[in-house]
Design a protein around this ligand. Structure first.
Ligand code: E4P
Length: 246
């Protein structure tokens, strides 16, 4: 199972990248607000540069034609960009249109201030765009049927919001388990991102149930790392070493 970071905070992303555990990042308008960033293109391109993996950026239009238009513009920012679209009837329509669309290879990464430093060669970026088309992440998934519909519409990823379901007394992880089983049964290659993660146990459960990816807030990542016995163990080793080495 891959680990994504669920944040638009550049410092958090840098720290997690240095640990070598981040395969991608998910953002949304609320996370942008929390990071105090209104410059969606710049921050997304910086995250693409830092992570060199799939970065979800969400459309804010609500009608299918507008969502597609907005998505095509966002898809120009980087071949790593994945367009987040909410699962509604209009969203499904946009997802199915985007599944058959491609981001313009000639203008990909245009205006990216990281272009000169980026390890991704511009020609490779163009090839990627031609190969993969426009990737989508069906977001705000709260039922197994929504996940199934999004996969049938051609979504590259579906994001069941586990924590928000738990918050209202439903077993959010059931959606991950059921979607994983259904996607295997019918050979659907849509990947499942367990989202709205609240604590480390969610991560373990998602991994055991067959989620392809879990997207975690930085605070949860820190909790996953820390264990009091590790800290006590280090302390003891250092004290013992001091005694024996003088
Ligand atoms: C996922 O892509 C979403 O950004 C995120 O997981 C939402 O989580 P929340 O319920 O903590 O807002």
């Amino acid at each position: 199972m891959q680990i994504y970071l669920d944040t638009a905070n550049i410092e958090e992303i840098k720290k997690a990248v240095r640990m070598g555990i981040v395969s991608g990042v998910t953002t949304n308008p609320s996370l942008m607000m929390r990071a105090g960033r209104g410059d969606y293109r710049q921050v997304t391109q910086e995250i693409c540069f830092l992570v060199q993996g799939p970065i979800s950026a969400e459309v804010v239009s609500t009608q299918p034609a507008e969502m597609v238009e907005e998505a095509k513009k966002i898809a120009q920012w980087s071949p790593y960009v994945v367009i987040k679209v909410p699962v509604t009837a209009d969203g499904l329509e946009a997802i199915s249109t985007l599944a058959l669309s491609e981001a313009g290879p000639d203008t990909i990464c245009e205006d990216c201030e990281w272009l000169d430093k980026c390890p991704l060669d511009r020609d490779v970026a163009r090839d990627l765009v031609l190969m993969q088309g426009i990737s989508t992440n069906a977001t705000l998934v709260f039922s197994t049927n929504q996940a199934l519909l999004a996969a049938r519409a051609g979504a590259s990823y579906v994001s069941p919001f586990v924590g928000r379901l738990d918050d209202i007394g439903h077993e959010g992880m059931d959606i991950v388990a059921e979607a994983a089983e259904i996607f295997i049964n019918y050979g659907l290659d849509t990947q499942i991102i367990a989202a709205s993660i609240r604590h480390p146990l969610h991560v373990t459960q998602a991994a055991l149930l067959g989620a392809d990816i879990v997207t975690v807030p930085y605070g949860v990542l820190e909790k996953m790392i820390r264990h009091p016995l590790t800290d006590i163990g280090i302390q003891r080793f250092l004290e013992d070493w001091k005694q024996v080495s003088g």
